[in-house]
Design a protein around this ligand. Structure first.
Ligand SMILES: Cc1cc2nc3c(=O)[nH]c(=O)nc-3n(C[C@H](O)[C@H](O)[C@H](O)COP(=O)(O)OP(=O)(O)OC[C@H]3O[C@@H](n4cnc5c(N)ncnc54)[C@H](O)[C@@H]3O)c2cc1C
Length: 465
């Protein structure tokens, strides 16, 4: 039995690890286009900021650790074509040598690539790139290019195009490194994955840390400045009211989302679903014989929305594990995502799980969203922080549909969103959250945890409707 996983990030490695764990006799190979298998790309902003001093520290496991599990790694090797009928994979190594690898089962984990928005100067002949200080960010290769710009060109200023979670993490990282950062976002508020009320709190934190935030601002062009100018790049944008906005910067980072990398699977005959990602069933089968797929290249089964596309590391790990298990004859289903996520912005954190109003309406619910606040622990014990919450429940059934949180990074925002995620996962009502037996000691919590106070606020409000 020979399993080949294509892709050496969260999905591909998870599949390979699971296969080796279940059957130490299985031959497992991982084909990786670059030389950095099992790197935590989620940690890139913290290497850029200097908080993680060495890039090698970002490895979840070293190459030696991976090989010790019994898998074989084919690094700097790109999968070019899948011959489904013959069960062969055509690969090329860095020197261009072609090879046909036979497989019994295949897991496609080709991930995602950064979106290159239609900004003049980013594409076509003479397009600006890393040598000019213009960067996209997804892989370790992209990271090394960013670090070269930071160390060799010593930029004093940066424009970040996009204020999603990666854009925010990079605003934090570059500010920590001493750059003057301008963040441009075409939507009306930063972190558009949460309601604007919470986005406004994130916005305030950015401004308090010296980031210039321009929302409702669409970047149109990036160009080289004439020599003698204060900065080497010029960014031209249009504000929501149509006025022109121009900024000079030594470095530009474009982080406006990702798209699934599906070319290999498509040429083998795979079908595509939400946002052009590979269609898979909950066992991570593509429909092509013996071919599974997982991670950022596939659609995501959402527990409340059905088929969607939600590229996240947590999801890629789980889907990869399911694919690896089923490739070995298992019968496991991916249980589904709730889009649970958290981001640190300087000293604050924002998190969400489940649905916001517009998503809940689209899914056929009758959502009611209620804002609430509570302290993370008893205020009489030093160092307490206020947590801002938004609870969304279904008016008809009282079912908990979604929660959003914002508060200090030491206010256990991540673990509190996980309480909500667990409750939604198990179809609990908002009211039942109050019944959960949660821990309490004054320095760390309250007799009613913050999430229970939020749930009670929702129930009080819903009763009056
Ligand atoms: C800066 C940053 C921060 C992030 N932070 C978070 C976070 O905090 N939390 C979270 O949940 N998620 C986060 N994510 C998202 C998360 O990293 C991704 O969802 C996850 O890495 C997806 O894993 P994957 O294996 O599906 O794909 P990818 O990580 O995209 O990896 C794809 C792999 O396939 C290889 N490959 C592609 N094509 C071929 C080919 N033809 N042949 C051989 N190899 C190929 C690539 O080299 C790579 O090894 C972050 C992402 C970034 C960029």
């Amino acid at each position: 039995m020979h399993l080949i996983a294509i892709g050496g990030s969260d999905a591909g490695i998870s599949a390979a690890l699971r296969a080796r764990e279940l059957d130490p006799a299985a031959e497992v190979s991982v084909v990786v286009a670059d030389a950095y298998p099992n790197f935590s790309i989620c940690g890139i902003p913290y290497y850029v900021s200097g908080e993680v001093p060495r890039w090698r520290n970002l490895a979840h496991r070293s190459i030696a650790d991976l090989e010790a599990t019994g898998m074989s790694l084919r690094l700097d090797t790109t999968a070019r074509r899948i011959d489904v009928a013959a069960r062969k994979l055509l690969v090329t190594s860095a020197d261009g040598t072609e090879e046909l690898l036979g497989y019994d089962k295949l897991v496609v984990g080709t991930g995602a690539v950064p979106v290159r928005p239609p900004i003049s100067g980013l594409a076509g002949p003479g397009a600006l790139g890393p040598d000019d200080g213009v960067h996209l960010l997804h892989s370790m290769g992209d990271t090394f290019a960013v670090m070269r710009t930071l160390t060799e060109a010593a930029p004093a200023s940066a424009v970040i195009v996009g204020a999603g979670y990666i854009g925010l993490e990079m605003a934090d990282a570059l500010t920590v490194r001493g750059l003057q950062v301008t963040q441009m976002e075409q939507l009306p508020e930063v972190l558009p994955t949460v309601d604007p009320d919470l986005g406004a709190l994130v916005h305030a934190e950015l401004v308090a840390r010296g980031v210039q935030v321009l929302t409702g601002t669409t970047v149109r062009a990036i160009s080289r400045n004439a020599t003698g100018q204060a900065a080497r790049l010029r960014v031209e944008a249009t504000a929501a009211d149509g006025t022109a906005v121009t900024r000079q910067a030594d470095m530009v980072l474009v982080v406006v989302g990702v798209r699934p990398e599906v070319s290999l699977a498509v040429s083998a005959g795979a079908t595509l679903g939400a946002r052009g990602a590979i269609t898979v069933d909950r066992m991570m089968r593509t429909g092509l014989p013996e071919v599974y797929a997982a991670g950022d290249c596939v659609i995501t089964h959402h527990r409340l929305l059905g088929e969607t596309y939600l590229p996240l590391g947590t999801t890629a790990h789980k889907q990869g594990r399911v694919a690896g298990e089923n490739a070995l004859g298992g019968n496991r289903e991916f249980a589904g995502s709730l889009g649970t996520q958290v981001v640190k912005i300087f000293d604050q954190a924002a998190a969400r799980t489940g649905l916001r109003d517009h998503e809940a309406i689209a899914a056929g619910f009758e959502p009611v969203t209620v804002a609430a606040e509570a302290d993370d622990h008893k205020a009489y014990y030093p160092g307490s922080h206020r947590i801002h919450m938004r609870f969304t429940g279904d008016r008809a059934t009282g079912r908990l549909l979604g929660v959003q949180l914002f508060g200090h990074r030491h206010a256990e925002i991540a673990k509190r969103i996980d309480i909500a995620a667990t409750a939604i996962f198990h179809n609990m009502t908002v009211d039942a959250v109050s019944d959960l037996d949660l821990s309490y000691t004054p320095p760390l919590g309250s007799p009613w945890d913050a999430v229970q106070i939020g749930a009670q606020a929702w129930v009080r409000h819903a009763r009056q409707l």
